[in-house]
Structures are given as structure tokens and as C-alpha cells.
Design a protein around this ligand. Structure first.
Ligand code: ASP
Ligand code: MG
Length: 439
């Protein structure tokens, strides 16, 4: 069985839904289809929760009404069969009635997540009705029956595997399954989610749980590109990436893939393919165990980085200094992205200032601390980068004019990371496109 995940824009218009129905029956392999909410829906639901939180009932109900109108038009176009259209209308009534009721009860964290779950619940039910209209035999599987988080709010892959395989055992004659991305239950059994953009993660977790032949992520671009197409003029799709390279790229800013979604596929060695719904025959990008080629493959940038420069107030050669520093970050559950050290100083970067004040206060017991905000990490990612001809020379020659504030090289064989004030990002990406990719 394979997994095919379609993002918001791939299901966002009735004609796109028709198109993905064709894609899922294109070959005869059994398939688990994972869908996001229609594009714009989750943003609208977030907005509704914000308005409810601000006691803006009027604002929330306007937003709900606008969304309902959108869905009503959507089913008018999608479903011509009168009885299926009537059932779609019932589905919408049920979900929008729920959204209306939320205005009358007090907002809690649990209710918040229930609201956010409505998008995927609706998109999959509507798609299922469309498949019925197209006489495509399938089963709609509620993700809330098998997608689980553990006590640490991380997906519980073993439990997901057990539950999902239990569910699938009831459907021995079906070949097409449809389920929701993003939504799950937490360890308390409440409705929860895998965070924004989490449908990719769902797809990868399901692929690992059922040991799928491939996990296909369908979007509206032809794979992962070597550079950010919004920033530089010319970019090319990357043919093949290793799991490690893809994880670094996704983490360091490539928007096409959710960073967490690599590990489940990697763990079960399931190839992930990034494909384009608008151009289904294009090869896209395949992510698998082998990197394919040696050398630099892509560059990505991550904004809103904070640099924390920590200088020991004690003396040279103090041992245990690094441990003490890391313990502070660990205590405040703040992951470190980049790190560079000298004899008496350590610089690290973090991407959240949630506990920054506490971290600085504790570090001040052993060090002097300086903080710089509005930084960007530019990461050059590839396979065996050190083996690439004159890589450092080419890289630094090409970005000679950029005031780089930190460099991290050698931490892994597939990454060189540079830190700079964010205003230099665009220029840096453009210069690297010329200097390293000849584009
Ligand atoms: N609908 C959710 C979101 O927009 C999940 C996803 O699309 O992956 O964040
Ligand atoms: Mg989405």
C-alpha cells in the first residue's frame, strides 16, 4: 500500500478534488489518502478561536458565516448528484452548527483544538462523497481512531501502528482509504493536532505504521528546490535527497515539507516523494536512504533567529562550562540550532524567546551574556559537502560582502550553516545561487 497526501491547495477547489480522485486510481496499488483542510480553512479556524478568546462573538460569527458560504459554494460545484449533495449539506450543517455552539460556551484549550479539527473533518467527508459520486469504492477512516500522542505530546508510533492495523483488518476488500491529516488524540484522549502544517507528519507516521511502499506528498510545486523561489529568480528541483539532507533542509527553512515528517519514514526506510498535482508526470524529488550524488544540493534560510553569546566569567580552560550552559537550555526546553565555541566563549542560536529571560538570568551566574535578535541562518545542504571541490573557497568568495556572524561546519557531513543579520538574507541567497549553483 502507498500513502498519498494532498495539501490544502490540492483539495482547495472542486476541480482540484476531481483531479486528485484521478491520481489515486491511476495505478492499481492500494492507497491511503491523507488530506489537509481546504486551503485557507485552518487559518480561518485559528482566526475564529482568536476572536472567541477576545470575546469578540460578533467577529467570530461573521468569520464562521463567511466560511460556511465558501463551503456551500464548494459543494454546489463538487456534487451534482442530488442525494449526495443533500448529504454534503448535512455534513456542513453538523460542523457549522458545532462552530456556532462554540460561541455560546467558554473557550478552553480542548475546545480550541476541537475547532481546529473541523477543517480536515470536512475536507475528507466531502472528498468521500465525491468519490461516491464517481463510483470509486473506498473507506473513510477517522484519524481520531488511530492517530495518538503520548504523554510528552509526541506521536506514539507503536500505538498508531497497533490501532491502525486493527482498523485496516476490518476492511480486507477495500483498496482505497481516506483519512484526515493533522488531527489526532492526545494521551488524555482529547482531540489534538500535530501543529500547523502537520498533515505531512500524519502521512509519514501512517506510512511507517503500515510499512507503505512510498509516502507521496502532493503539493503545487514540482519538488524541493535548490533555493527559495520567492527570493531568487532561477531555482531547480532537486532530484534526490537523503533523509538526513531533507531533514536539514526542511528544518532550516525549505517550506515544502514539515521538518518533523522525515523521521518516521526514515525509521522504516520508506521513500518520500514530493510531487506536483499540477504536473503529475514530473519526477519531483525523492527522499530516501541514499543521497544519490556527492556535493552541495540546496540552500535554505531560517529567519527570526536569536543569537546568544555566552562568555565565561571564570577563567581559561574551565571544564564543565559547556555542560552547565546546555543544562540551562535543557531546563527551559529550548532547542539550540547552531553552536560555535572558542576557548572562553560559546555562541548558540535559538528560534524562540519564550524562556529567554529566564535563560539569561541563569547563565549570568556563570557567564556574561549578549543577545542579538533578527538573525537568519542560511544553511548549505548536500552530501559529503567537504568532498565538494573547493567548497569553502567558492562559498566565502561568493558571499565576501556579507557580514557573517557565526559559521558552523563539520557538525554533520551535509551542512554548512552561516548566521547573519536578517537584512542580508536575500542578497546571500542570490550570491550563493550564482557562486555555488551557477544559476
Ligand atoms: N490544515 C493544517 C494546517 O493548515 C494542517 C496541514 O495543512 O498540514 O496547518
Ligand atoms: Mg494547510
Amino acid at each position: 500500500m502507498k500513502v498519498m497526501k494532498f495539501g490544502g491547495t490540492s483539495v482547495g477547489k472542486p476541480e482540484r478534488m476531481r483531479q486528485i480522485a484521478e491520481l489515486i486510481i491511476a495505478d492499481n496499488e492500494p492507497v491511503m489518502v491523507v488530506l489537509s483542510a481546504l486551503s485557507g480553512t485552518t487559518n480561518a479556524l485559528v482566526e475564529i478561536t482568536h476572536r472567541l478568546a477576545a470575546s469578540d462573538k460578533q467577529g467570530a460569527s461573521e468569520k464562521i458565516e463567511a466560511l460556511e458560504n465558501h463551503y456551500n459554494k464548494f459543494i454546489d460545484d463538487l456534487l451534482q448528484d442530488v442525494s449526495l449533495h443533500a448529504r454534503a449539506k448535512e455534513v456542513l450543517n453538523e460542523h457549522f452548527e458545532f462552530l456556532s455552539i462554540t460561541q455560546k460556551i467558554s473557550l478552553s484549550d480542548a475546545l480550541n483544538k476541537d475547532i481546529l479539527a473541523q477543517g480536515e473533518l470536512m475536507s475528507t467527508k466531502l472528498f468521500s462523497l465525491f468519490l461516491e459520486q464517481s463510483k470509486i469504492d473506498h473507506a473513510l477512516l477517522p484519524a481520531l481512531d488511530f492517530m495518538r500522542l503520548d504523554q510528552n505530546e509526541e506521536p506514539d508510533l507503536a500505538l498508531i501502528q497497533e490501532k491502525l492495523n486493527g482498523v485496516l483488518a476490518n476492511y480486507t476488500t477495500k483498496n482505497i482509504f481516506v483519512t484526515q491529516g493533522y488531527i489526532c488524540r492526545n494521551a488524555k484522549g482529547e482531540v489534538d493536532n500535530l501543529k500547523r502544517g502537520g498533515s505531512d507528519y500524519t502521512a509519514s507516521l501512517i506510512a511507517a505504521a503500515i510499512k507503505a511502499s512510498v509516502c507521496e506528498i502532493w503539493t503545487d510545486i514540482d519538488g524541493m528546490h535548490n533555493n527559495d523561489p520567492r527570493v531568487v529568480e532561477k531555482t531547480v528541483a532537486i532530484e534526490q535527497l537523503s533523509f538526513d539532507e531533507a531533514a536539514e533542509l526542511a528544518y532550516f527553512g525549505a517550506k515544502i515539507l514539515h521538518p518533523t515528517c522525515i523521521w518516521p519514514a526514515q525509521q522504516e526506510n520508506i521513500p518520500v516523494k514530493l510531487l506536483n498535482t499540477m504536473e503529475p508526470k514530473a519526477p519531483g524529488t525523492v527522499i530516501k536512504k541514499e543521497a544519490g550524488t556527492v556535493g552541495v544540493k540546496a540552500v535554505a534560510a531560517k529567519d527570526d533567529i536569536i543569537a546568544v553569546k555566552i562568555k565565561s566569567t571564570r577563567m581559561l580552560l574551565a571544564y564543565g562550562f559547556l555542560r552547565k550552559i546546555f543544562e540551562v537550555f535543557e531546563k527551559y526546553k529550548t532547542p539550540i540550532d547552531m553552536i560555535t565555541t572558542s576557548e572562553v566563549a560559546v555562541s548558540v542560536t535559538i528560534d524562540s524567546d519564550l524562556h529567554l529571560a529566564e535563560i539569561i538570568a541563569e547563565l549570568n551566574n556563570i557567564a556574561s551574556v549578549e543577545v542579538e535578535r533578527s538573525q537568519t541562518i542560511v544553511s548549505i545542504v548536500g552530501n559529503e559537502i567537504a568532498m565538494t571541490d573547493s567548497i569553502l573557497k567558492k562559498l566565502f568568495n561568493s558571499i565576501d560582502e556579507i557580514p557573517i556572524t557565526m559559521v558552523s561546519y563539520g557538525g554533520s557531513a551535509h551542512n554548512i550553516s552561516l548566521l547573519m543579520p536578517s537584512e542580508h538574507k536575500t542578497k546571500t541567497l542570490q550570491l550563493i545561487n550564482k557562486g555555488l549553483f551557477d544559476l
